[in-house]
Design a protein around this ligand. Structure first.
Ligand code: NDP
Ligand SMILES: CC(C)=CCC[C@@H](C)[C@H]1CC=C2C3=C(CC[C@@]21C)[C@@]1(C)CC[C@H](O)C(C)(C)[C@@H]1CC3
Length: 418
């Protein structure tokens, strides 16, 4: 089977029709959320009552701000890194090199923004620019993905992603044809996955907190919790930046509209929905409830970090003392699968921890509205689908050993449920 035939045989996301629907549905959902959260009733499934004119969507200042932000993050990416990591082996047996300086970029951005705020930069006003910023970012993501698609037409077959080379242009534009598009040593996918959108999300949250303080005298307890929880999530992602090199997005998926729009627009503008909700719909939160929510967050983080670190340590060095005592199944590839510890509880313990954290981000918004729980609903769907994709890939990679693992660890994400 040629790479193209293999790619056509395993079309994902419902094939060309499915991805065409998603091309429209993803930006439409993002704008729906941004509008309903600004509407009086704030109904997830109802129509927005806040309807902006074109002049509220299109703003050259927002486009300029977006490019200044992207430029700043590119400059921080290019600064000398404390470490340069190697990615997994590629088809041509080579390995790409990646700078590990994401946490440094977060700290330097915080210093620069802090300096700006003390010099009078009105960070809170960013909360009023979210609509035009989201519009500018969506347009930029479309154009960027188009350029990536055109660039990939000239890429050698060995550089193409396993899934984005079907020959159908819409499908390949959506999934991304090239696995690791680069300009020199600048890696577009790796840069976008962890920098502009993820760090942008933290500063959008902070702007919403400042705006709330300006409107109501001080930020609410609920707003503090949402900001702290999500800052911990982003800080963790950047602190453990190297582990992103073994995620499905880096090793399997091409870089096309799905990830470009997902990283640059979807993450900062929809993941900040809880903080946006609290600005427009303040919610009371008592101390006992806040403490209970913190406990849920700590449990989620403990599982998420424990599971991710256990697997990463094991993959790097199976004889590391922290994982050497765990039970394993050998596979024909020479690699082993963990069957005790976190990975003996369910087959995706890290997803379970991530979902528990998602719940903790929404609970500070109370239970009067469904809207702040959008992230929990979307994330459940994304992880269930992602889990199925990963299982298919593991079955292909490990065959009988994977079936044995599934027998030994029958639940996928939630023990005794699913
Ligand atoms: N906030 C968000 O929007 C999102 C967050 N995430 C999070 O990103 C993180 C990474 O997720 P993702 O890339 O999907 O997948 P995982 O980190 O779960 O990686 C899956 C891979 O782990 C290896 N593996 C699976 N089972 C075992 C085992 N028993 N022993 C050893 N290795 C095993 C396999 O790869 P191999 O054997 O080749 O090493 C498999 O392909 C998760 O915490 C997830 O929750 C993901 C998507 C979106
Ligand atoms: C609906 C839509 C547009 C889909 C695209 C999906 C992307 C938003 C997500 C795919 C995988 C992601 C990961 C993270 C953020 C969301 C996307 C890009 C991640 C960077 C979040 C922080 C985590 O700690 C992580 C580094 C493990 C994670 C990696 C996957």
């Amino acid at each position: 089977m040629t790479p193209r035939e293999a790619s056509q045989a395993s079309l994902e996301f419902g094939g060309p029709l499915g991805v065409t629907v998603m091309l429209v549905l993803l930006p439409a959902t993002m704008f729906h959320l941004l509008l309903v959260v600004r509407s009086g009733p704030a109904r997830l499934l109802g129509p927005p009552t806040y309807l902006p004119g074109l002049e509220e969507l299109w703003s050259p200042q927002a486009l300029l701000l977006l490019f200044i932000w992207l430029g700043l993050q590119v400059a921080l990416y290019l600064l000398p890194a404390r470490k340069v990591a190697e990615g997994l082996e590629l088809k041509d047996k080579s390995r790409l090199r990646y700078p590990i300086n994401g946490f440094q970029a977060l700290v330097l951005t915080a210093l620069l923004v802090g300096l700006g705020v003390s010099a009078g930069l009105p960070l809170g006003a960013l909360s009023e620019m979210l609509l035009p910023l989201a519009f500018a970012t969506t347009l930029t993501s479309f154009i960027f993905s188009l350029l990536l698609y055109v660039k990939a037409l000239a890429a050698p077959v060995s550089a193409l992603a396993p899934g984005g080379n079907s020959g159908n242009s819409i499908y390949d534009f959506f999934l991304g044809r090239e696995l690791n598009p680069r300009l020199g040593s600048f890696d577009f996918k790796y840069f976008c996955e962890l920098r502009p959108g993820l760090i942008g999300w933290v500063f959008i949250n902070l702007a919403l907190l400042i705006q709330e303080a300006e409107l109501r005298g001080s930020p609410s307890l609920a707003m503090w919790l949402v900001n702290a929880f999500q800052l911990l999530y982003v800080g963790d992602a950047l602190w453990y930046e190297e582990s992103v090199l073994t995620t499905m997005d880096i090793i399997h998926d091409g870089f096309g509209f799905m990830l470009a729009f997902g990283d640059l627009a979807w993450v900062p503008f929809t993941y900040s929905l809880q903080a946006q909700f609290l600005l427009y719909h303040p919610q009371p939160l008592g101390l006992p409830m806040a403490l209970l929510i913190c406990l849920i967050k700590v449990i989620g983080y403990y599982i998420f970090r424990g599971a991710n670190s256990q697997k990463n340590t094991f993959r790097k060095n199976p004889s590391d003392p922290s994982v050497a005592g765990l039970e394993t199944i050998p596979t024909a590839t020479g690699r082993q699968l963990l069957v005790s510890g976190w990975w003996g509880m369910v087959r995706h313990p890290n997803y379970l921890g991530d979902l528990i954290m998602a719940l903790a981000w929404s609970l500070p918004c109370g239970v009067s509205h469904l809207l702040p729980y959008f992230y929990v609903l979307y994330f459940t769907a994304l992880l269930v689908h992602r889990e199925a994709r990963d299982e298919q890939q593991c079955l292909r990679k490990y065959g009988h050993a994977w079936q044995e693992y599934c027998k030994r660890v029958p639940y996928r994400i939630i023990p005794y449920v699913y």
